[in-house]
Design a protein around this ligand. Structure first.
Ligand code: ADP
Length: 235
C-alpha cells in the first residue's frame, strides 16, 4: 500500500467546503510540494492529515500502523514559537512526545537519536543549552526540523520550511531536505517559494478553487496551470 492514500476528500469549517473531492497517493520515498493561492486550502489539508480536523467525507489512510503518530511535523513559523522559553535541547526532545516516552521514560536510545540527528543537521553543541528564542531564523528552523525527525524515521510534513529564511539558510534547508529524501524519507512540503519548491520536489499537488493538479514536477512545469501559476508568481 502507498504511504498515504487520500480518497474523495471533502474538508470544511462550516457550510462551504474548502476542499472538494481531492484524491492522491503519497508513495514511500516521495517528495511532494503542495502549492496554491492563499486561502486555497493547503493548511486545511495539512490539518486533516495531522488529524486536527475531521473530513466531511472521504478518507485519509496510512499504511504504517502508527498512522499520523508516525509523522514528523514542522509547523509554519509563528511569532509565539520564537518566544518559546525552552532550551534548544528541550525543543528537540519534545519531538518524542507522541512516542509516549517523553516524560517518564526518556531512554538513552532517544537521547542518542536526538544527538545523532542534531549532529547530522550540524546543530552546534554550543547552542544546545541556549534558549530557543536566542537563535537566528535558520538555526530555529534546523532545530524544529531536528524535533520533527525525533518523531519519525519515515514521513516528514513541512509547512513552509524556508519562509523568512535568508538565501544561505534557504539553500541549506533545501539541501538537508533533499538529502533526507535521498536517504528514503518521504517528504510532503507546503511552500510559497514556488519555483525552488517545484524544482526540489519530485511531485506537485496544486490546490486551487477550480480544481487540483497532481503529477510529477516536470508534468506540472509543462502544464498550462503550472506555467501560468509560476509566471504569475514571478511578477
Ligand atoms: P492556505 O493554507 O492555502 O492559505 P487555508 O487552508 O488556511 O488556506 O484556508 C482555506 C480557507 O479556509 C480560507 O478561506 C480560510 O479563510 C478558511 N479557514 C481557514 N481556517 C479557518 C478556520 N479555523 N475557521 C474557518 N475558516 C477557516
Amino acid at each position: 500500500m502507498n504511504c498515504i492514500e487520500v480518497r474523495d476528500l471533502v474538508l470544511s469549517y462550516g457550510t462551504e467546503p474548502v476542499i472538494t473531492d481531492l484524491s492522491f497517493d503519497v508513495e514511500n520515498g516521495d517528495y511532494i510540494c503542495i502549492i496554491g493561492e492563499n486561502g486555497s486550502g493547503k493548511t486545511t489539508l495539512v490539518k486533516s492529515i495531522l488529524g486536527l480536523i475531521q473530513p466531511v467525507s472521504g478518507s485519509i489512510t496510512f499504511a504504517d500502523k502508527k498512522g499520523r503518530k508516525g509523522i514528523g511535523y514542522l509547523p509554519q513559523q509563528q511569532k509565539v514559537q520564537h518566544d518559546f522559553p525552552a532550551s534548544v535541547l528541550e525543543v528537540v526532545h519534545s519531538g518524542f512526545v507522541n512516542s509516549g516516552l517523553f516524560s517518564f521514560d526518556f531512554t538513552e536510545a532517544k537521547r542518542r537519536k536526538a544527538h545523532d540527528i542534531m549532529h547530522a543537521l550540524k546543530i552546534e553543541h554550543s547552542i544546545c543549552n541556549k534558549c530557543f528564542r536566542e537563535l537566528s531564523g535558520g538555526q530555529r528552523q534546523k532545530v524544529l526540523l531536528a524535533r520533527a525527525l525525533c518523531a519519525t524515521d519515515k514521513l516528514l510534513l513541512l509547512d513552509e520550511p524556508v519562509t523568512g529564511l535568508d538565501p544561505v539558510s534557504t539553500a541549506e534547508m533545501y539541501r538537508i531536505i533533499r538529502e533526507l529524501n535521498n536517504n528514503g524519507m518521504t517528504v510532503i512540503m507546503i511552500s510559497h517559494d514556488l519555483r525552488s519548491a517545484v524544482c526540489e520536489a519530485k511531485k506537485v499537488l496544486h490546490i486551487s478553487h477550480n480544481g487540483f493538479f497532481f503529477g510529477s514536477s516536470a508534468e506540472y512545469k509543462s502544464s498550462d496551470l503550472g506555467r501560468a501559476f509560476l509566471e504569475e508568481a514571478e511578477k
